[in-house]
Design a protein around this ligand. Structure first.
Ligand code: DGT
Ligand code: CA
Ligand code: CA
Ligand code: ZN
Length: 580
């Protein structure tokens, strides 16, 4: 963690501790400052060494906060934070990771039942003690119990947004090592699955042991779990990393095997058997002949590259994102694999938040950043007020009108095309939280669910379909509202949602934020097959998050989507025509 992220996390904890004790306003001030500090391009310790004024250059950082920054850089602690921690000695991060448990609940549970950590929470929830607290009840207790169960299962998996960068770092490191011919990530990360159990990496070298030594010496290794002749496992950044080393002749077969998925490999292996071939991590072997002793001869016919492996089974090479046993082997056999969208195909971003709501940058800064990033167009879609918006984040109808005028003024001088939009909240019936005439005035409306995410499947489907049928809706934002490893979100009938989207000319979002990836691969496949258009949005709150688009692009690939299926792979005028 950089110092900026470290200090941001402390201020967030401070904000939570204050909120837990019913302090008003101050928590949000600290949260905003935390966000700006995290995104600030200069190292905070360098600013601190220049004094308080330099630290106050950061958005949202005033006197009180800058002095705490300096205190922390100088002494390694913040006295006021220590004081709050002493008053409320709870594992705040851990407890608030449970869906339905916010800082205020943590405060109440500590006051009433002395709950300090997850184990305490589990004990009191299972004993039925929570429903006895004033203002709580059986429903709250049940929600906490299911939140706990979800968190327990989910916490065993890591976000792709954490594992992929770690794998990329390791690959860079290994590829710089003499004697390593190739290094690739394998497993669920190579398939761009949204969560992974571990990081699997494969290297090819004639010096197996040299690679193992290099790997265990990698700077990010915290602990070596085991280390053998051709494989080793370590913990890095709190995540398990498995490395295998093979000789270059076996790299393709090992990569194919360890990429998975298991279901794909089983189908692959069965196809081989039908052809009198045997496959394993060492290659493809011809087992049609028997030798004099009646044993299978087993001549090796492929294994150095993956392409060779697939070709040996009369298959086109299959992109890893498709290897989930959803028809890819038949498609490869018929030479009918889809023409997938690729990194670099996106022309614009249609869902961003400025400092008018909870983003960090001004409208002008966003336009400049989008242009620098290479986008041809940008939509500003700040939060509207309404269900799910807390702490005054969302814009009123009047604010939205004023903002649209400001966006249009900025757009007039911009080198890129700029859309004036909004992210409206979908209420429980599917209505939008913005007045009709304002929606009509705007160029683009993203409608997203932000609250009421625990309704049953049928009600959720009706709600989303109603939002899609709203004549002003252009994009259904993060359709289920899920947060990976934190909350499951809505569980609609995806087929019906997709058909409604196709019929009404509404694009279904693939929210590329790695904490969401909503929609996900299988859902995207349903959408595309129903003839719906999807859109890959980063939902960026700061321009650095434009980089998350790769998670959305590979998720689209997992859904078999090509550039024609993805709204923001189209030109600005094509997008303009779609939303009009
Ligand atoms: P994960 O780690 O849970 O996100 O999922 P994967 O797919 O990365 O699975 P992992 O790490 O257990 O194993 C990596 C790959 O190795 C897996 O995708 C396919 C292959 N593999 C592992 N065990 C078996 C097995 O028993 N049979 C077959 N056919 N393949 C296996
Ligand atoms: Ca894995
Ligand atoms: Ca593994
Ligand atoms: Zn948003």
């Amino acid at each position: 963690m950089s110092r900026n992220a470290e200090i941001a996390a402390l201020f967030e904890e401070y904000a939570d501790l204050l909120e837990a004790q019913d302090v008003e306003y101050k928590p949000n001030t600290y949260r905003r400052a935390a966000e700006s500090i995290r995104e600030y391009p200069t190292a905070i310790e360098d600013l601190a060494s220049k004094g308080q004024d330099a630290v106050e250059e950061i958005d949202g950082v005033g006197d009180a906060i800058s002095s705490k920054v300096i205190e922390y850089v100088d002494t390694g602690a913040i006295e006021e934070l220590e004081g709050e921690r002493a008053k409320l000695p709870v594992a705040m991060d851990e407890l608030t990771s449970v869906e339905g448990v916010g800082p205020k609940t943590v405060g109440t549970l500590y006051e009433a039942l002395g709950v300090e950590n997850l184990a305490d929470l589990e004990t009191v929830a299972s004993a039925g003690e929570i429903q006895e607290i004033k203002g709580f009840g059986p429903k709250t207790e049940q929600n906490i119990l299911s939140g706990l169960e979800f968190a327990r299962k989910a916490s065993e998996r890591e976000l792709l947004g954490d594992t992929r960068p770690l794998a990329d770092d390791l690959l860079d490191y290994l590829r710089g090592h003499d004697g390593i011919e190739r290094a690739e990530v394998a497993g669920s990360i190579r398939r761009w699955r949204e969560t992974s159990g571990d990081v699997d990496v494969l290297a090819a070298s004639d010096d197996l042991n040299g690679v193992i030594v290099a790997f265990t010496d990698w700077g990010r290794v915290e602990r070596v779990i085991e280390s053998g002749e051709n494989k080793a496992s370590v913990v890095a950044n709190g995540i398990r990393v498995d490395l295998r080393v093979v000789v270059p002749e076996e790299f393709g077969s090992a990569l194919q095997y360890f990429t998975g998925s298991k279901a794909h490999n089983i189908r692959f292996r069965n196809r081989a058997l039908d052809r009198d071939l045997k496959v394993n991590e060492y290659g493809v072997f011809d087992v049609s002949d028997t030798n004099e002793e009646g044993q299978r001869a087993g001549e090796r016919v492929a294994g150095r590259t993956e392409g060779e492996m697939y070709a040996a089974l009369d298959l086109a090479w299959i992109p890893p994102e498709l290897r989930e046993d959803t028809g890819e082997i038949d498609a490869a056999a018929a030479d009918a694999l889809p023409d997938l969208i690729e990194e670099g195909d996106l022309r614009g971003e249609l869902h961003t938040h400025t400092d008018w709501s909870d983003g960090t940058e001004s409208i002008d800064e966003w336009i400049a950043s989008a242009e620098t990033f290479g986008h041809e167009y940008l939509c500003i879609s700040d939060h509207a007020t309404g269900p799910g918006m807390v702490g005054g984040v969302g814009l009123s109808d009047e604010d939205l009108r004023e903002q649209a005028a400001t966006i249009r003024e900025a757009a007039a001088d911009a080198a890129i095309e700029v859309f004036a939009g909004v992210e409206a909240n979908i209420d429980s019936e599917g209505g939008l939280s913005v007045a009709e005439d304002v929606l009509e005035e705007l160029d683009l409306v993203v409608a997203s669910p932000h609250s009421g995410l625990d309704m049953d499947s049928e009600a959720a489907t009706d709600r989303l379909v109603a939002a899609i049928e709203h004549p002003q809706t252009d994009i259904l934002g993060h359709p289920t509202g899920r947060l990976l490893t934190r909350r499951p979100g809505l569980d609609p009938d995806l087929q019906r949602v997709a058909e409604a989207a196709a019929d009404n000319g509404v694009a279904l979002e693939i929210n590329a934020n790695p904490a969401r990836l909503d929609l996900w691969g299988r859902a995207v496949k349903v959408a595309v097959e129903a003839g719906a258009t999807v859109v890959i949005n980063t939902d960026a709150h700061s321009p650095a998050e434009f980089e998350n688009d790769r998670y959305g692009i590979h998720t689209a690939r997992r859904g078999w989507a090509g550039p024609a299926d993805v709204l923001n792979a189209w030109t600005a005028s094509e997008v303009r025509a779609f939303v009009e």
